[in-house]
Write a protein that binds this ligand. Sequence first.
Ligand SMILES: [Zn+2]
Ligand SMILES: [Zn+2]
Length: 374
Amino acid sequence: MNRIPFYRVNWITSSFLIGTALIALIGVPIYIINFGMDWFQFSMFFFYLSATMLSITVGYHRLFSHLSFKAKAPVKIFTLIFGACAFENSCLNWASDHRRHHKHVDHDDDPYDISKGFFWAHIGWLLFKLNPEPPMDNVADLRKDKWVMLQHRYVHWIGLVIGLILPAALGALWNWSFGLNPQIGALGGFLLAGVARIVIAQHCTFFINSLCHTLGRQPYSTSHSARDSALMAFFTFGEGYHNYHHEFQHDYRNGVKPWQWDPSKWTIWLLSKVGLVEGLRRVPDSKILLAEMGEAHRRAQQKLAEIQKAASSPACRASAAAREVVERLAANYHELEASMASRMQLSREKLREWQNETRSMMREMQRIAASQPA
Ligand SMILES: [Zn+2]
Ligand SMILES: [Zn+2]
C-alpha cells in the first residue's frame, strides 16, 4: 500500500471506473436474479454495446485518429454521440493520446506504454497521473471539425443523457406500455444497457492497449510490441490485428486478410457502398507482403545465427540448409522490392506464390531449428 502514489490518483476517473465496475459486478446479477432479462432489455444492451464499440473503433480510432477514410456528417455525428457514451473522454482527447501512442509506442511518451507493465497499459494510466498533461498539439486538423469540437464541449452531458438516462427511460416506457412496473424497467435499462455496457465496452477497448501488446503473433514487424490475435479481434470488434495496425496505421482495415474477423472494417465498407463514407485507404498487397517477407527474412537470419553458434557436424549441415533459406528469402524480398520500385504490375497469383513460399520457408526454418540439440 505504501507504494501506491495516492497524491497522484486521478480521483474523478478512478471513482467512475471503480464505481461502475462495482455496480456492474454486484447490481447486475442481483437484478437478473430478481427480475430476469426480457428480450427488449437484451436487444437494447446489444444495440448499445455494438453502437459504443463501433463508435470507438470506426469513429474515434480509424476515422478521427488515423483519417483512414472520409465520412459524411451522419457517420460523424453517430460515432461522436455513441463514442461519448463509452465515457472514454472526448474524441479530441482520445485521438491526441492515440496519436502519441503510435508515434512513441513502447517509450516514455506513449501514454499507455506497455513497457511500464500490463496493469499500467490497461488502466493504470487512467487511474494515476504520473506526468504532467502533455500539450494537445497533434490534433490541429480535428480542431477544425465543428462536430468534434461540439462533442468536446458537451461530451459528459451527451454520455450521461444518451448513455445512461435514455436506456433507463426506454426501459421504463417499455414496461409501462405493457402494464408492468416502469421502475423495474428503468432500473434494468440503467444497469444493463447503461452501466454494464459501459464497463464491458471500456475493458474491451483497454484490452487493445494491454493484451494486444502482449498476446499473439508479430508477422509484420517486431520493432514494436503490437501483436495480431484472432481471439483479441473477437473481443475488440476487429482491433486485435494490432501488429498490422501499428505497421500500417492509415489502412481502414486492421484484419487485412478477407477472412479475418473485423466487423469495423465491414461496417466501413458497407457505409462506403451506401455513400456515407468514401476515400477508404488501403495499403497495396505487394507492400504488405514485402513487410511479411522482410520480417520472415530477419527471423530466418536470427535462427541461422543460432544454428551456426552450435558448431557440431550435423549442425554444419543444418547451417548450410538454413543459410540457403535465408538466401532464398533475401532473393525473393529483393525481387519484390525491385518490381515495386519499377512500378511493375504484379498478379494476385504471383503475390500468393511468394506468400506461400515465404511461409513454407519459415516452416522449413522452424524444422531445421527444431532438429538442433538445445
Ligand atoms: Zn497499440
Ligand atoms: Zn491506432
